[in-house]
Design a binder for this molecule. Structure first.
Ligand SMILES: [Zn+2]
Length: 300
């Protein structure tokens, strides 16, 4: 069976632009079916998962890259995390009653203000034991708009992103795809060959080409990302690298749960004990853990 879950890095124009592409299907099926999310929630989760993969490719990190959205609307929290070895997981915290009041269009999309109310998006990474966090304002119609605004204002890096997702149907599971391109800093070596204006024009062409990509192409599981990139950029000195496989995976474990519980006060812990034990369910994968109070104290 073909693997439909992978990311693929590429460069264009002799390295004047870098790019990242992603395709997700089975991993989204796992996340969405495990939680039994309706399509509207599946769609926003898919978009966040695509952006997680695209954004994580631009930063060097150890372990886990986490994208998190906190909201005050129908959706209170959305979290996606990706490990360096390609395991992706996610969950969405929302109330059915609040979701019923959100206005969705015929494609199942709602504006961010409608879904999250006042909210904030952030991404967190760790490198050599140091935590790095980027804050992205949740202002804009779509998650992509917010990320593009972040790159323009905070990082001042020319960036374009296209992501699309469609729910599972009778023929295939969830299907999602995305491409990000980013302008590399002005290259002095290239300056002998191309002026700043010429380099800017080349970048504009790359953006126009990316904007021409269709939803049906990004979500067509029979069209590999290699083929799609070739279709878009074969005339633009496209070089792509080996794809990296992605799959659903959760990092929860008994010892991580115990460590998490060690962060609570004794009286908080006492409040969690039922029938002599603490029951914890992993929000990401649904795995259930039974922890005896002695295990928390014993681990200290
Ligand atoms: Zn888990």
């Amino acid at each position: 069976m073909a693997n439909n879950d992978y990311s693929l890095s590429f460069i264009l124009e002799n390295g004047m632009s870098r790019g990242q592409s992603v395709r997700l299907s089975e991993s989204l099926d796992e996340i969405i079916k495990r939680h039994n999310y309706p399509n509207e929630i599946g769609l926003v989760l898919s978009q966040a998962a695509l952006l997680t993969v695209l954004l994580s490719a631009g930063v060097k990190y150890d372990g886990i890259f986490t994208l998190q959205i906190q909201g005050e609307g129908a959706v209170k929290a959305l979290v996606v995390s990706l490990t360096t070895d390609g395991k992706i997981r996610g969950y969405v915290h929302y109330e059915d009653a609040d979701l019923a009041k959100v206005r969705f269009d015929e494609n199942g999309h709602a504006s961010l203000s409608n879904l999250f109310g006042k909210g904030q998006m952030s991404f967190t990474t760790e490198k050599s034991g140091q935590t790095y966090q980027g804050i992205i304002a949740l202002e804009g119609d779509t998650l992509t708009d917010c990320v593009l605004d972040y790159f323009e204002k905070s990082e001042q890096i020319g960036t374009q992103i296209k992501i699309e997702a469609i729910p599972a149907n009778t023929e295939h599971g969830w299907a999602a795809g995305g491409i990000l391109i980013q302008k590399m800093p002005f290259d002095k070596k290239m300056a002998e060959l191309l002026s700043q204006k010429e380099q800017d024009d080349i970048w504009e062409t790359d953006v126009v080409l990316l904007n021409s990509v269709k939803k049906e192409e990004l979500t067509d599981l029979n069209l590999t990302m290699e083929k799609l990139l070739y279709r878009l950029y074969s005339m633009n000195d496209l070089h792509y690298f080996m794809p990296s496989e992605l799959k659903f995976g959760c990092q929860c474990s008994q010892s991580r749960v115990i460590n998490m519980l060690k962060g609570f006060t004794e009286s908080d812990l006492d409040g969690m004990i039922k029938d002599g034990k603490i029951d914890i369910t992993c929000q990401f994968c649904g795995e259930k853990y039974e922890i005896a109070p002695e295990q928390i104290k014993g681990a200290q």
